[in-house]
Ligand binder design. Structure first.
Ligand SMILES: [Zn+2]
Length: 280
């Protein structure tokens, strides 16, 4: 785990938690907090009261990680509320299915937020318009990944509009290889839902059955059992150590899916692993 980020601010806003939900909206701001992106503000009635007037004024973009209503469903209401205060952000999203989208980025298209550099990583699978936003402060090298419903801590999203091959590409090529191993330990992960406890339960039951098979996972499981909120607490380096969907060549993961002699291809492992998760 990393020390507190100093050059960028990430404020997690919980949505629907009192009703049993687990969604996150995020306000990503520059060091001086004069410029921000508001990511997935789905529940306007919960997000608006969580923002003070300076935070509202700082919003340059509303960004969606994908078009599902619990991520993009607040765009129009949020724009209407902000417009009353003469704040008119643009809306960046992976497709025009997201209401009021003004900007649909290409894979690896870059945006600037003050001194922060944001790269749009297109990760089609959960939905075809899924985008992860990778933020970097070029001066300090501090980084964050807003991973929507593509990457969860110790898990991944369901394949609603895609297949196992697309998720392997999304997680392991576009996110891990694309961001680069030297950046993994510097990149905090901010997923779209707080699913860590449930994911840890699955991994313990189906993959790393016994303590000490994967000590990184043991530590995650302990943290999740003691903390209701895990967002921003783990890095891509941690995920590469304990997330089975990012460890398709780990013999223990292969054994868990039924590939005891290691002869399956990666897509078969990914497909079977997700199916095991779906029925839990
Ligand atoms: Zn979704």
């Amino acid at each position: 785990m990393l020390r507190q980020l100093r050059s960028m601010h990430v404020k997690a806003i919980k949505m629907g938690w009192l009703a049993g939900g687990d969604n996150y909206c995020y306000l990503l701001s520059t060091q001086d907090k004069t410029k921000s992106w508001l990511i997935d503000p789905a529940e306007v009635y919960e997000v608006l009261p969580s923002l003070d007037s300076n935070e509202k004024k700082s919003i340059e973009f509303i960004a969606n990680t994908h078009h599902h209503y619990d991520h993009a469903g607040g765009n129009t209401g949020m724009l209407a509320a902000l417009r009353k205060e003469n704040i008119v952000p643009r809306v960046i999203a992976g497709s025009r299915i997201s209401p009021s989208a003004t900007d649909v980025p290409e894979h690896q298209e870059k945006f600037k937020l003050g001194n922060l550099l944001i790269s749009c990583i297109r990760t089609p699978c959960h939905t075809q318009d899924s985008v992860c936003y990778h933020v970097k402060d070029p001066e300090t090298n501090e980084q964050a990944l807003f991973s929507g419903d593509t990457l969860f801590t110790a898990g991944c999203g369901r394949f609603f509009e895609g297949n196992a091959q697309e998720m392997d590409v999304a997680l392991n090529k576009r996110i891990l290889q694309g961001i680069g191993e030297s950046n993994w330990s510097l990149t905090r992960v901010y997923p779209g839902h707080e699913y860590t406890k449930g994911n840890a339960k699955f991994v313990r039951k189906a993959v790393y059955l016994n303590p000490k098979e994967n000590e990184h996972f043991d530590a995650l499981e302990k943290f999740a059992s003691e903390n209701a909120e895990t967002t921003g607490k783990f890095t891509l380096a941690d995920e590469a150590q304990f997330n089975p969907f990012m460890r398709l060549d780990d013999p223990i993961v292969r054994k868990a899916v039924g590939d005891s002699d290691g002869s399956w291809n990666r897509v078969q492992v990914m497909d079977r692993l997700r199916k095991l998760k779906n029925v839990m």
